[in-house]
Design a protein around this ligand. Structure first.
Ligand SMILES: *Cc1c(COP(=O)(O)O)cnc(C)c1O
Length: 436
């Protein structure tokens, strides 16, 4: 056999010898769609180049963080300056205060924030805080929402509300998920039943307000309002996992979108990640002072991190937030995303392909389904083979979308009108083939 001339393939073979599946996070392995993952050589603006030197328009942007596009000059400069001052100290820095202040300025439900290094860590700590603050054990999560890979969150629904969920990963004991209730997203009746049964034992309800880990599914305003009311009535905390939506769908994050529909709406605890690190390992969780003061060293809830508030990561996040806080940033970004989504819808309609799509700010989702789904089971009714044909058709034409039908997409400020036109034209070709 002659060796492959495809460097992506060569690298993938080499990677698989030393890294399980050749990747450090499973979705990167292209298992759902088949084919060879693209190994990224470098990226600039809205584009990246793979190991063969082929250019792609990037709609993943590191799964959301790269809201300014790759290599934004102000961010690169801030990171370069920070690196020359030192990588990590294990002692506090002024920049951590600046980043905390910047986050709190835009998300009024948070009065204090703790910085950590990954969304998983932030979500896991938020749950510990909710349990510590309420003295209760049970938590609610929703099927199709992802909150990182903490043991208690790797769980799927059992056969009924009175029964426990099942772990979705080997290595998670049944006992560890026995306090996690898994409900259907947007199902008010189930929600009410769960609170009626377990209200007094519930520490928190955790939710992705606009779920980006089952493609793009909004919690309806009436459903969200009911979540808020029931939490308040029963003394459970409403935890918004905005790791993906935070500073991505609006400067005030998804909670500001719900506050427009539900007067005075606020969650209790907010979990952030992705955009606030601008592409560096940084995440956070925060809320009202009285709750956050339960955290060590003030209170009894322990949490710590060697690299928490890392000076290079905070420089990157701070520079990113300062850029996106500039007037008109989100209006322009939202208009771009809307142009893409409307263009894709029109292209699919003209080819007679069943298609639906939605977006908010710089985040979007589309489905090979006639109507927008409201929950995970409906998302998964998408015909996998058709999605894979769409994915590979776009990839061949230099358009990089998520390699799984249950993931959202992201537009950055660096995407040009031409990038969007090229994408829509490529999609139109693929839709034609899909219909035939
Ligand atoms: C990405 C994500 C996480 C996990 O963040 P990591 O940094 O990958 O650990 C948690 N919640 C949501 C909603 C996410 O999108």
């Amino acid at each position: 056999m002659t060796p492959s001339t495809d460097r992506n393939e060569t690298l993938f073979e080499r990677a698989k010898r030393v890294i399980p599946g050749g990747v450090n996070s499973p979705v990167r392995a292209f298992r759902a769609v088949g084919g060879t993952p693209r190994f990224v050589q470098r990226a600039q603006g809205a584009h990246f180049w793979d190991a063969n030197g082929k250019r792609y328009i990037d709609y993943i942007g590191s799964w959301g963080p790269m809201i300014l596009g790759h290599g934004h000059p102000a961010v690169v400069e801030a990171v370069q300056r920070a690196v020359t001052e030192g990588f990590s100290f294990g002692a506090p820095t002024e920049r951590e205060i600046e980043l905390a202040e910047e986050i709190l300025r835009h998300v009024p439900s948070m009065e204090m924030v703790r910085l950590v290094s990954s969304g998983t860590e932030a979500g896991m700590s938020a749950i510990r805080l909710a349990r510590g603050a309420t003295g209760r054990s049970k938590i609610i999560k929703f099927e199709g929402c992802y909150h990182g890979h903490a043991d208690a969150l790797l769980v799927k629904a059992g056969s009924g509300l009175a029964t426990n969920g099942y772990p979705t990963s080997a290595g998670v004991p049944d006992e560890v998920v026995q306090h996690t209730l898994v409900l259907e997203y947007n199902n008010v009746q189930q929600l009410e039943e769960a609170f009626a049964l377990h209200g007094k034992e519930l520490a928190c309800l955790m939710i992705e307000p606009i779920a980006g880990n089952m493609n793009f599914v909004r919690a309806s305003a009436p459903f969200m309002q009911r979540c808020r009311e029931l939490c308040t009535q029963h003394g459970a905390l409403l935890v918004f996992d905005e790791v993906m939506t935070g500073f991505r769908v609006a400067m005030g994050s998804a909670q500001s979108v719900y506050a427009q529909a539900i007067p005075g709406f606020q969650p209790d605890i907010t979990v952030l990640g992705k955009v606030i690190g601008g592409g560096m390992p940084l995440a956070a969780f925060g809320g009202p002072r009285a709750i956050m003061e339960q955290m060590a060293p003030l209170g009894p809830v322990y949490q710590a991190g060697t690299l928490s508030g890392n000076p290079v990561a905070t420089a990157c996040g701070l520079a990113t937030l300062r850029e996106i806080a500039k007037p008109g940033f989100f209006d322009a970004l939202s208009a771009k995303t809307r142009t893409l989504v409307d263009g894709l819808k029109k292209a699919a309609a003209s080819e007679g392909v069943a298609f639906s799509a939605d977006c908010e700010g710089g985040m979007f989702g589309f489905f090979l389904l006639p109507q927008l789904p409201q929950n995970y089971a409906t998302v998964m009714k998408t015909e996998g083979a058709r999605f894979n044909q769409l994915f590979h058709g776009l990839l061949d034409r230099g358009i990089y979308i998520a390699p799984a039908l249950y993931e959202a997409g992201f537009v950055s400020a660096a995407h040009s009108a031409e990038d969007l036109e090229v994408t829509i034209a490529a999609a139109q070709h693929v839709f034609k083939a899909l219909r035939g």
